[in-house]
Design a protein around this ligand. Structure first.
Ligand SMILES: N=c1c2ncn([C@@H]3O[C@H](COP(=O)(O)OP(=O)(O)OP(=O)(O)O)[C@@H](O)[C@H]3O)c2ncn1[C@@H]1O[C@H](COP(=O)(O)O)[C@@H](O)[C@H]1O
Length: 104
């Protein structure tokens, strides 16, 4: 099944949580979560993907922006999972802001 809406965020996040519990040497997520640099490696990746997203925008390259933004969001999901922050918490925060900032 292919997700073409934002439910894919939940699906990928769930896989990342599973990778936290079950080590698999073929897994990129496991490699990142267990890297010798620890959290710094995840922070490096988030920083790197942020810069690549910025460069893609500066280059006005639509496909590159989509690709680099996806890399950034994916690594942000790993960062959240590694810090035990759920997507429900993010949703609640955005929802509370949305409610409090309504103009009508
Ligand atoms: N969405 C992704 C995803 N996006 C990118 N990547 C990997 O992220 C890595 C880093 O991408 P970069 O562009 O930074 O490449 P790079 O500079 O060569 O990487 P490094 O040298 O810094 O490791 C690459 O190896 C990509 O394959 C991903 N790896 C996994 N997923 C999702 O995570 C799930 C679990 O993956 P595994 O843990 O590998 O099973 C998968 O089913 C996917 O849904």
């Amino acid at each position: 099944m292919t997700d073409t809406d934002l439910s894919i965020l939940n699906r990928v996040y769930e896989i990342i949580l599973d990778r936290k519990q079950n080590y698999d040497e073929r897994s990129y997520v496991c490699k990142l979560l267990n890297h010798r640099k620890g959290m710094n490696k995840i922070l490096e990746k988030v920083g790197e993907e942020s810069i690549e997203t910025i460069l893609a925008v500066r280059n006005e390259d639509h496909d590159e922006i989509v690709s680099e933004s996806s890399d950034l969001i994916f690594h942000l999901l790993i960062l959240l999972a590694a810090n035990n922050i759920t997507l429900d918490e993010i949703a609640a925060e955005l929802s509370a802001r949305h409610e409090s900032m309504k103009r009508d």
